[in-house]
Design a protein around this ligand. Structure first.
Ligand SMILES: C[S@@+](CC[C@H](N)C(=O)[O-])C[C@H]1O[C@@H](n2cnc3c(N)ncnc32)[C@H](O)[C@@H]1O
Length: 326
């Protein structure tokens, strides 16, 4: 049994002040202004046309939060802020935080969403704001570059020649898989506006000869093929259950006999209350997508079995499920 929360921890959970202070600082791009210099509140206020007193209070809070440091009246970045919150840094992650800031108003409607069951948004980010979507994918790509090769190895795809990466985003997985398996060629299928990011990353990886970019809507358009492996990584939680069942069926048709479908997502276990991070992610998806949902492992296994896949197994608990086409 986990230990019970203290009253102090309950208050801590309820105080979102620091969250919004950080997100606002990223939105104002204060960290880039402080890139390599120390500035006083007045100098920063002049550069962003802000109120000196108000900005000073925000900066002091950022110091207390250990994101900035302060010497006399001058502020500077901590190492972590310099590495990850300065726009020019190759390890900038601010776009992901800007996404959370952009979703702030949706979260403000959580009570209404819980009462009505209806999300305040139409469709989802990649359809409604491709520019922000592309920026977010760039950050996810940087993070995913670390986990992609390990996933590719764990799947033991030796012998597979063709991969379809559905909703492949920045091409992160297709690139990692091609790097791990020299025999493999991949197709990254995604919305046309998103593929611009993949075009850049595939070029950077020098894999233009082995990775094809296939623009389209996977719910409406043909998927090409046949393929030995199809991957659905972090796409199913944007859609409703009927669309997912249909997409899994459609993918089945585009696989060779003996081919496999690998689904990687944030699934809930049978209790619905675990893993902890995913339970909060489920509420995020409820509020920030029109039809999305965090599904259970059993839901995904059901779509696969119904489509005709056999040997459907949970390769990684609440994360990776695989089915084989007989
Ligand atoms: C969270 S990203 C996942 C990207 C990648 N699979 C990964 O794991 O890093 C979701 C992707 O699904 C794509 N997507 C969403 N709906 C789509 C649709 N109807 N057709 C094609 N791609 C879609 C988005 O453009 C986006 O690239």
């Amino acid at each position: 049994m986990p230990r019970e929360l203290s009253l102090a921890e309950i208050f801590q959970l309820g105080y979102y002040w620091e969250t919004k202070i950080l997100l606002t600082a990223v939105k104002l791009d204060l960290f880039s202004l402080l890139a390599e210099k120390q500035l006083a509140a007045l100098e920063l206020a002049q550069r962003i046309h802000a109120d000196e007193r108000a900005l000073g209070l925000l900066l002091n809070a950022l110091v207390a939060m250990r994101v900035l440091t302060k010497e006399a009246d001058r502020f500077s970045n901590t190492d972590v802020a310099r590495t990850h919150l300065v726009k020019a840094s190759p390890q900038y992650v601010g776009h992901l935080l800007l996404l959370h800031d952009a979703e702030w108003n949706n979260w403000g409607k959580l009570e209404e969403t819980i009462r009505t069951g209806r999300s305040p948004v139409k469709r989802h980010l990649f359809e409604t704001d491709p520019e922000l979507g592309a920026n977010v994918l760039s950050v996810l790509h940087r993070i995913g570059q670390q986990s992609g090769p390990a996933l590719a190895k764990r799947l033991e795809l030796g012998g597979a020649k063709t991969l379809l990466d559905l909703g492949g985003g920045a091409g992160t997985n297709a690139i990692a898989f091609c790097q791990v398996y020299p025999e493999l060629v991949a197709t990254v299928f995604d919305l046309p506006q998103t593929l611009k990011t993949a075009e850049r990353t595939v070029k950077e990886a020098g894999l233009e000869g082995r990775i094809t970019l296939f623009p389209g809507d996977f719910n409406r358009d043909p998927l090409g093929g046949l393929y030995d492996v199809a991957l659905m990584s972090d796409i199913l939680h944007y859609q409703d259950s009927n669309a997912n069942a249909a997409l899994v069926k459609k993918t089945f048709v585009h696989l060779n006999a003996g081919g496999r479908l690998v689904v990687k997502d944030r699934f809930l276990d049978e209790s619905g209350a675990s893993p902890a991070w995913t339970t909060a992610f489920a509420v995020h998806i409820l509020v920030n997508t029109e039809r999305g949902c965090c599904y259970s492992v059993a839901d995904a296994q059901g779509w696969m079995a119904e489509a005709g896949f056999r040997s459907v197994v949970e390769l990684e608990q609440t994360a990776v499920i695989q089915g084989i086409k007989p």
